[in-house]
Design a protein. Structure first.
Ligand code: SF4
Ligand code: F3S
Ligand code: FES
Length: 253
Protein backbone atom coordinates (compact mmCIF):
# COMPACT_ATOMS: atom_id res chain seq x y z
CA UNK A 1 0.00 0.00 0.00
CA UNK A 2 1.20 3.45 -0.88
CA UNK A 3 -0.09 6.77 0.35
CA UNK A 4 0.99 10.39 0.24
CA UNK A 5 2.08 11.84 3.57
CA UNK A 6 2.39 15.45 4.52
CA UNK A 7 5.83 16.25 5.95
CA UNK A 8 7.08 19.47 7.50
CA UNK A 9 10.87 19.56 7.65
CA UNK A 10 13.03 22.24 9.24
CA UNK A 11 15.34 23.81 6.66
CA UNK A 12 17.98 26.37 7.51
CA UNK A 13 21.31 26.89 9.19
CA UNK A 14 22.89 28.68 12.13
CA UNK A 15 21.55 32.02 10.84
CA UNK A 16 17.93 30.83 10.98
CA UNK A 17 15.36 28.89 9.02
CA UNK A 18 11.86 27.48 9.19
CA UNK A 19 9.56 24.58 8.43
CA UNK A 20 8.97 23.64 4.79
CA UNK A 21 6.04 21.57 3.57
CA UNK A 22 6.36 18.52 1.36
CA UNK A 23 3.91 15.91 0.11
CA UNK A 24 5.78 12.67 -0.31
CA UNK A 25 5.12 9.02 -1.14
CA UNK A 26 5.12 6.46 1.69
CA UNK A 27 5.15 2.68 1.20
CA UNK A 28 4.37 -0.11 3.65
CA UNK A 29 7.19 -0.90 6.07
CA UNK A 30 9.02 2.40 5.64
CA UNK A 31 10.56 4.50 8.38
CA UNK A 32 10.92 8.27 8.69
CA UNK A 33 14.50 8.13 7.36
CA UNK A 34 13.23 6.44 4.16
CA UNK A 35 10.93 9.38 3.60
CA UNK A 36 13.71 11.90 4.23
CA UNK A 37 15.83 10.01 1.66
CA UNK A 38 12.93 10.08 -0.81
CA UNK A 39 12.67 13.84 -0.31
CA UNK A 40 16.37 14.15 -1.09
CA UNK A 41 15.96 12.01 -4.21
CA UNK A 42 12.88 13.76 -5.57
CA UNK A 43 12.29 17.27 -4.18
CA UNK A 44 15.09 18.53 -1.95
CA UNK A 45 18.48 17.29 -3.18
CA UNK A 46 20.32 19.63 -0.80
CA UNK A 47 18.48 18.52 2.37
CA UNK A 48 21.19 17.81 4.98
CA UNK A 49 20.73 14.75 7.19
CA UNK A 50 23.21 12.61 9.12
CA UNK A 51 22.85 8.83 9.06
CA UNK A 52 24.97 5.70 8.67
CA UNK A 53 23.56 2.29 9.55
CA UNK A 54 19.79 2.51 9.09
CA UNK A 55 19.61 -0.19 11.77
CA UNK A 56 19.43 1.73 15.05
CA UNK A 57 23.05 1.04 15.88
CA UNK A 58 25.20 4.02 14.84
CA UNK A 59 23.29 6.73 16.70
CA UNK A 60 23.67 9.21 13.81
CA UNK A 61 20.10 9.84 12.63
CA UNK A 62 18.82 11.48 15.83
CA UNK A 63 16.21 14.18 15.25
CA UNK A 64 12.88 15.28 16.67
CA UNK A 65 9.78 13.78 15.10
CA UNK A 66 6.59 15.59 16.08
CA UNK A 67 8.59 17.15 18.91
CA UNK A 68 9.89 13.88 20.35
CA UNK A 69 13.59 12.97 20.22
CA UNK A 70 13.89 9.80 18.09
CA UNK A 71 16.09 7.82 15.75
CA UNK A 72 14.63 8.47 12.31
CA UNK A 73 15.66 5.00 11.10
CA UNK A 74 13.73 3.32 13.93
CA UNK A 75 10.55 5.39 13.67
CA UNK A 76 8.07 3.48 11.57
CA UNK A 77 5.68 5.47 9.40
CA UNK A 78 2.92 3.10 10.52
CA UNK A 79 2.84 4.82 13.95
CA UNK A 80 1.30 7.89 12.26
CA UNK A 81 -2.17 8.17 10.78
CA UNK A 82 -1.99 8.54 6.96
CA UNK A 83 -3.57 12.01 7.18
CA UNK A 84 -1.32 13.14 10.05
CA UNK A 85 1.33 15.79 9.39
CA UNK A 86 4.80 14.52 10.33
CA UNK A 87 7.13 17.27 11.49
CA UNK A 88 10.87 16.61 11.52
CA UNK A 89 13.19 19.08 13.24
CA UNK A 90 16.84 18.97 14.35
CA UNK A 91 17.82 18.12 17.94
CA UNK A 92 16.88 21.17 19.96
CA UNK A 93 19.61 21.12 22.61
CA UNK A 94 22.50 21.44 20.15
CA UNK A 95 23.42 24.15 17.63
CA UNK A 96 22.17 23.60 14.08
CA UNK A 97 24.76 23.21 11.34
CA UNK A 98 22.28 22.77 8.49
CA UNK A 99 18.75 21.37 8.17
CA UNK A 100 18.58 18.22 10.33
CA UNK A 101 22.29 18.15 11.18
CA UNK A 102 23.37 19.53 14.54
CA UNK A 103 26.75 20.11 16.13
CA UNK A 104 26.94 17.52 18.92
CA UNK A 105 30.51 18.34 19.96
CA UNK A 106 29.22 19.34 23.45
CA UNK A 107 28.94 15.61 24.08
CA UNK A 108 32.49 14.81 23.01
CA UNK A 109 33.80 17.59 25.23
CA UNK A 110 31.87 16.10 28.17
CA UNK A 111 33.18 12.61 27.35
CA UNK A 112 36.76 13.87 27.54
CA UNK A 113 36.13 15.28 31.02
CA UNK A 114 35.41 11.83 32.50
CA UNK A 115 38.67 10.22 33.67
CA UNK A 116 39.25 6.81 32.07
CA UNK A 117 39.16 3.42 33.83
CA UNK A 118 42.19 3.03 36.11
CA UNK A 119 43.57 -0.53 35.91
CA UNK A 120 44.28 -2.20 39.25
CA UNK A 121 47.94 -2.39 40.25
CA UNK A 122 49.68 -5.76 40.14
CA UNK A 123 47.06 -7.46 37.94
CA UNK A 124 48.08 -8.03 34.34
CA UNK A 125 45.63 -7.51 31.52
CA UNK A 126 43.93 -10.84 30.91
CA UNK A 127 44.03 -11.73 34.59
CA UNK A 128 41.13 -9.54 35.63
CA UNK A 129 38.43 -11.50 37.45
CA UNK A 130 34.93 -10.15 38.07
CA UNK A 131 31.63 -11.53 39.29
CA UNK A 132 29.15 -12.09 36.46
CA UNK A 133 26.70 -9.74 38.18
CA UNK A 134 29.24 -6.90 37.91
CA UNK A 135 29.85 -7.69 34.24
CA UNK A 136 26.12 -7.59 33.52
CA UNK A 137 25.67 -4.31 35.36
CA UNK A 138 28.16 -2.48 33.19
CA UNK A 139 27.07 -4.28 30.03
CA UNK A 140 23.69 -2.59 30.24
CA UNK A 141 25.38 0.81 30.13
CA UNK A 142 27.71 -0.25 27.34
CA UNK A 143 24.77 -0.83 25.02
CA UNK A 144 24.78 2.96 24.56
CA UNK A 145 25.02 3.93 20.86
CA UNK A 146 25.78 7.59 21.65
CA UNK A 147 22.74 8.90 19.83
CA UNK A 148 22.54 11.70 22.43
CA UNK A 149 18.74 11.61 22.50
CA UNK A 150 18.96 11.51 26.31
CA UNK A 151 21.26 14.53 26.29
CA UNK A 152 18.83 16.34 24.00
CA UNK A 153 15.74 15.63 26.04
CA UNK A 154 17.01 16.36 29.56
CA UNK A 155 15.35 19.56 30.71
CA UNK A 156 18.49 20.64 32.58
CA UNK A 157 20.09 21.63 29.27
CA UNK A 158 17.23 21.46 26.73
CA UNK A 159 16.10 25.02 27.46
CA UNK A 160 19.01 26.11 29.60
CA UNK A 161 22.16 26.73 27.62
CA UNK A 162 23.63 28.30 30.76
CA UNK A 163 23.65 24.90 32.54
CA UNK A 164 25.79 23.22 29.90
CA UNK A 165 29.23 24.02 31.35
CA UNK A 166 28.33 22.50 34.74
CA UNK A 167 26.24 19.48 33.63
CA UNK A 168 27.62 16.38 31.93
CA UNK A 169 24.16 15.08 31.04
CA UNK A 170 22.66 11.60 31.57
CA UNK A 171 24.89 9.79 29.07
CA UNK A 172 28.10 10.85 30.80
CA UNK A 173 26.80 10.64 34.35
CA UNK A 174 25.91 7.07 33.40
CA UNK A 175 29.51 6.54 32.26
CA UNK A 176 30.74 7.78 35.65
CA UNK A 177 28.27 5.43 37.38
CA UNK A 178 29.56 2.53 35.28
CA UNK A 179 33.14 3.25 36.34
CA UNK A 180 32.15 3.87 39.95
CA UNK A 181 30.44 0.46 40.12
CA UNK A 182 33.35 -1.30 38.40
CA UNK A 183 34.97 -3.56 41.02
CA UNK A 184 38.41 -3.30 39.40
CA UNK A 185 38.54 0.46 38.87
CA UNK A 186 41.39 1.80 40.99
CA UNK A 187 40.65 5.51 40.58
CA UNK A 188 40.31 5.84 44.37
CA UNK A 189 44.00 4.89 44.73
CA UNK A 190 44.75 8.04 42.75
CA UNK A 191 42.54 10.15 45.01
CA UNK A 192 39.53 10.22 42.65
CA UNK A 193 36.19 9.35 44.25
CA UNK A 194 33.99 9.06 41.20
CA UNK A 195 30.59 9.48 42.90
CA UNK A 196 31.75 12.60 44.75
CA UNK A 197 33.28 13.95 41.56
CA UNK A 198 29.99 13.34 39.71
CA UNK A 199 28.32 15.58 42.25
CA UNK A 200 31.02 18.23 42.50
CA UNK A 201 32.48 18.36 38.97
CA UNK A 202 29.81 16.95 36.61
CA UNK A 203 26.54 18.40 37.91
CA UNK A 204 24.82 15.26 39.24
CA UNK A 205 22.84 17.48 41.62
CA UNK A 206 21.09 19.18 38.66
CA UNK A 207 19.34 15.89 37.87
CA UNK A 208 15.99 15.74 39.63
CA UNK A 209 15.25 12.24 38.27
CA UNK A 210 12.48 13.21 35.86
CA UNK A 211 13.40 10.08 33.84
CA UNK A 212 12.85 11.74 30.44
CA UNK A 213 16.29 10.44 29.43
CA UNK A 214 15.23 6.86 30.15
CA UNK A 215 12.00 7.30 28.18
CA UNK A 216 13.75 8.28 24.94
CA UNK A 217 16.69 5.85 25.07
CA UNK A 218 16.44 3.60 21.97
CA UNK A 219 18.55 0.95 23.71
CA UNK A 220 16.07 0.87 26.63
CA UNK A 221 18.84 1.46 29.14
CA UNK A 222 17.39 2.24 32.55
CA UNK A 223 19.58 5.34 32.82
CA UNK A 224 17.82 6.88 35.80
CA UNK A 225 17.03 3.78 37.88
CA UNK A 226 20.20 1.81 37.27
CA UNK A 227 22.83 4.56 36.89
CA UNK A 228 21.78 8.01 38.13
CA UNK A 229 19.86 7.09 41.29
CA UNK A 230 22.53 4.61 42.51
CA UNK A 231 25.21 7.22 41.75
CA UNK A 232 23.31 9.80 43.81
CA UNK A 233 23.00 7.29 46.65
CA UNK A 234 26.71 6.55 46.56
CA UNK A 235 27.56 10.27 46.54
CA UNK A 236 25.27 10.90 49.53
CA UNK A 237 26.39 7.79 51.43
CA UNK A 238 29.95 8.99 51.15
CA UNK A 239 29.10 12.53 52.19
CA UNK A 240 27.29 11.42 55.34
CA UNK A 241 29.50 8.44 56.20
CA UNK A 242 30.81 9.34 59.69
CA UNK A 243 34.20 7.70 59.00
CA UNK A 244 34.64 9.66 55.75
CA UNK A 245 33.53 12.82 57.56
CA UNK A 246 36.08 12.23 60.34
CA UNK A 247 38.82 11.44 57.83
CA UNK A 248 38.15 14.65 55.91
CA UNK A 249 38.13 16.64 59.13
CA UNK A 250 41.46 15.21 60.30
CA UNK A 251 43.00 15.70 56.84
CA UNK A 252 41.90 19.36 56.83
CA UNK A 253 43.78 20.11 60.06
FE1 SF4 B 1 21.35 7.27 23.29
FE2 SF4 B 1 20.53 5.79 25.38
FE3 SF4 B 1 23.15 6.23 24.97
FE4 SF4 B 1 21.59 8.22 25.79
S1 SF4 B 1 22.09 6.36 26.93
S2 SF4 B 1 23.14 8.35 24.19
S3 SF4 B 1 19.67 7.77 24.72
S4 SF4 B 1 21.75 5.10 23.64
FE1 F3S C 1 17.71 14.75 33.16
FE2 F3S C 1 17.42 12.14 33.17
FE3 F3S C 1 17.93 13.40 35.38
S1 F3S C 1 16.23 13.59 32.03
S2 F3S C 1 16.90 15.34 35.14
S3 F3S C 1 19.26 13.29 33.66
S4 F3S C 1 16.65 11.65 35.15
FE1 FES D 1 22.24 4.54 12.44
FE2 FES D 1 19.76 5.52 12.55
S1 FES D 1 21.09 5.51 10.84
S2 FES D 1 20.93 4.74 14.18
Amino acid sequence: MTHTAHFRVWRGDADGGGLQDYDVEVNDGEVVLDIIHRLQATQAADLAVRWNCKAGKCGSCSAEVNGRPRLMCMTRMSVFQPEETVTVTPLRAFPVIRDLVTDVSFNYAKARQVPAFVPPKGVAAGEYRMQQVDVERSQEFRKCIECFLCQDTCHVVRDHEENKPAFAGPRFLMRIAELDMHPLDAAADQGLTRAASAQEDHGLGYCNITKCCTEVCPEHIKITDNALIPLKERAVDRKYDPLVWLGNKIRRR
